[in-house]
Design a protein around this ligand. Structure first.
Ligand code: SDX
Length: 426
């Protein structure tokens, strides 16, 4: 793979080091530094800002141009022409499904949406006001207690059935988490509904009344899942890969991804955005909050803004904003006060030198919360929605790694602690 090289000279090391450089299909070249340990050298890159941790064919992001491709297809084209389950198939298998493949995949997922009845009992140990992500971490990890028949990760069929079970069951568990917090009975999935209709059915219907699901809201839900489906080597996906590299079962790996996603710097940002918009309260307060976000002495950051990779508009935010307009129009909420604050905040921030200079633009989390709130989903459930959407991406990366010649992930460090010293004589 390496037809170009990088040459490294290090004071104290006589000969210069020749390091292979690899070119991908798109994106920056990478320097293979694996030979450095032989020279008693490590690379140093806290936060992995400049580190390619793996080779992957699933998703490509160009942060400068605001480009996001899933298996080569631009996210805006998928959002316009595809749907969530078709995108799940694409992420997992690398190609869009034929009509027949899609029908088989949709039916397979449908037939795995129920969870084992014993799982219902796991919820009773939680307080009703437990954070939904705390329960999701628990019950998704617990799934591994039910499938001992198919957890040989070296078996492609076991990996495929686990992928189907996770894509199918996580929305059911997500809805159960919400119902538990509401003190309402769990709703069983229905096989006559589409994936997103089914999710909204399990979330908002009750045994007393099963309302017809709005096709506009179901389409918006489907699009939100699709926009969250995958995003290259982000923190939670890298966590799933690292957990998977030890040979842990796929349910435990996805539970580790859910835990990592919870943080407000990552998937927890959508909940934090809504809390921020509600704290701002009125467009007249925006300047105060923008000033706080720019003040280095103030830990406050503008939630929903900025991204490790995108230094331009997050392409998902553009589609999310369009979906936001559609949903609010459908619900007659065009004058939603939070949307007004969000639009004004976006305008002020994207015209402000501090944000422009640092490439801080709205990211996927900035508008999603307004849509979810309009649909009736409480803010503490937002990251659960993100985790539900991201499941196929996590699985696709886990499967890509386990199918390849992988090694256990084990980073090193720059040690600056105490040199060796003896225990004081008594
Ligand atoms: C997601 O990685 C992924 O792909 C994630 C994700 C996915 O789909 O998986 O896209 C989902 O996590 C989106 C991001 C959601 N998080 C937020 O909206 C939280 C607010 N954003 C920030 O916390 C921050 O922008 C991060 C965490 C997203 C990115 O942090 P980086 O890459 O480490 O950037 P940084 O902290 O080094 O910031 C660079 C500069 C700093 O200022 P200087 O030191 O250069 O003066 O920009 C400033 C930061 O202080 N800055 C912000 C800011 N984000 C960065 N200042 C104010 N408000 C912000 N939101």
């Amino acid at each position: 793979m390496a037809d170009i090289k990088a040459t490294l000279t290090v004071d104290g090391i006589e000969e210069s080091l020749e390091l292979p450089v690899y070119k991908g299909t798109l994106g920056p070249d990478v320097v293979d530094v694996r030979s450095l340990t032989g020279k008693n050298l490590f690379t140093y890159d806290p936060g992995f800002v400049s580190t390619a941790a793996c080779e992957s064919k699933i998703t490509f992001i160009d942060g400068a141009k605001g480009i996001l491709l899933h298996r080569g297809y631009p996210i805006d084209q998928l959002a316009e022409n595809s749907d969530y389950l078709e995108t799940c198939f694409l992420l997992l298998h690398g190609e869009l499904p034929t009509e027949e493949e899609k029908e088989t995949f949709v039916n397979t997922i449908k037939n795995h949406t129920m969870v084992h009845e014993q799982l219902n009992h796991f919820f009773n140990g939680f307080r009703r006001d437990a954070h939904p992500m705390a329960i999701m971490c628990g019950v998704v990890g617990a799934l591994s207690a039910f499938y001992h028949d198919s957890m040989d990760i070296s078996n492609p069929q076991h990996r495929l059935i686990s992928a189907h079970r996770l894509i199918a069951k996580i929305p059911t568990l997500a809805a159960m988490v919400y119902k538990y917090s509401m003190g309402q009975p769990f709703m069983y999935p229905r096989n006559d509904l589409s994936y997103s209709e089914n999710f909204l059915h399990m979330m908002f219907n009750t045994p007393c009344e099963e309302k017809k699901i709005s096709p506009v809201l179901a389409k918006a839900m489907d699009r939100i899942f699709l926009l969250h489906a995958d995003h290259e080597q982000n923190a939670s996906t890298s966590t799933v890969r690292l957990a998977g590299s030890t040979g842990a079962n796929p349910f435990a790996c996805i539970a580790s991804g859910i835990a990592a996603l919870w943080g407000p710097a990552h998937g927890g940002a959508n909940e934090a955005v809504l809390n921020m918009l509600e704290e701002i309260g009125d467009v007249s307060n925006i300047d105060t909050f923008v000033a706080k976000a720019k003040d280095k002495e103030d830990p406050f950051r503008l939630m929903g803004f900025g991204h490790r990779v995108y230094k331009n508009f997050d392409p998902r935010a553009k589609v999310m904003k369009q979906t936001c307009d559609e949903v609010l129009a459908e619900l007659g909420m065009e004058n939603d006060p939070l949307l007004k604050i969000a639009l004004k905040l976006e305008q002020i921030a994207t015209e402000d030198e501090y944000f422009i200079k640092r490439g801080l633009y709205p990211n996927v989390d900035f508008y999603s919360g307004i849509i979810l709130k309009a649909i009736g989903i409480p803010s503490e459930m937002f990251t659960v929605i993100f985790a539900t959407g991201r499941t196929p991406g996590w699985i696709a990366h886990w499967n890509e790694m386990i199918s390849s010649d992988y090694r256990i992930g084990r980073p090193r460090q720059l040690y600056t602690g105490s040199p060796k010293r003896d225990y004081p004589a008594k």
